[in-house]
Design a protein around this ligand. Sequence first.
Ligand SMILES: [Zn+2]
Length: 322
Amino acid sequence: MLTSKLAHWFARRKHGNAADARLQTDALPVDPQAASVPERSFSIPVLCYHSWAMSGNAYEGNDHVALESDLKTLGRRGYQILPIPTLVALLRGEIDARPFTGSKLVSLSCDDARDFDYYPTVNDTMDPVPGFHEILERSRQWCDQTCAGPRAVSFVIASPEARRILDHTCGRGRDEWRDSWWLECAEKGTLGIANHGWDHVHDTLPAVRQRENKKGSFFEIDTFGDAEGQIVDAQRYIDGCTGSRSLPLFGYPYGHVPAYLRDEYFPNEAARIGIRAAFGTGGASVRPDTCIWDIPRFVCGWHWKGADGFEDLLDAIERGER
Ligand SMILES: [Zn+2]
């Protein structure tokens, strides 16, 4: 269901797949008669899930159950999904914010990209676990989206070597952290593929791309050289795997946002390296004054727990408190 304002505007836009969505930066001509409407008024939560969270078959501990439940809740409460590339264009001032004013909007993402973002599996209690991709596809019947574009974005770890090791140190050691699905997934356009760094500077890896091999904190990525290794090399690899269909977005590993990246590296290098926005886990809604290099997200299991906790979070967001 679209409001007439939104429907009118989006009807004028060319629909396309996830790759096209990032190119949709055509501005809506501003109507001089509508000067009294606040131009940039919006408050949009961005949610984050992890497909490796799949213990049992209850909401808490299983982000697949949570994602499905939350999409039904969002639809029932009148939310529409705003594709993240459109959220970024909105925040960058490239499109008019007025059509979004007064609508309940939400954006979706997931981090780390174990295979269960895309493929179904069976968890350790032998419960079937649908991939996030399938849930997002099915959710079209529960929750509309405002315009063409990916319903969610998957932030992937680039390094194949890191993923091979992490599959043993954090996973089940069954080769379930592959990049072989990225191209197909990006082409389908429901779940976009984006950059979550070269190796997550993960503390279970023997060596990480940080000048002193400091692990477990992305705050240590605070020089030009380390930024190039973690961000640019990752983007190049992910672009190669997706036929350049990856989205020009970065998700900070651990949600750690180093001041150097936010205030210097991204503002100065963004055009060269082809990144348009970066996402942390700040636990707040996106508003017109949100920094494009530190877009906050709410993380399932951290910022809210359980279906009731999700309703409470939405209540707080709607009261303007989060
Ligand atoms: Zn992560």
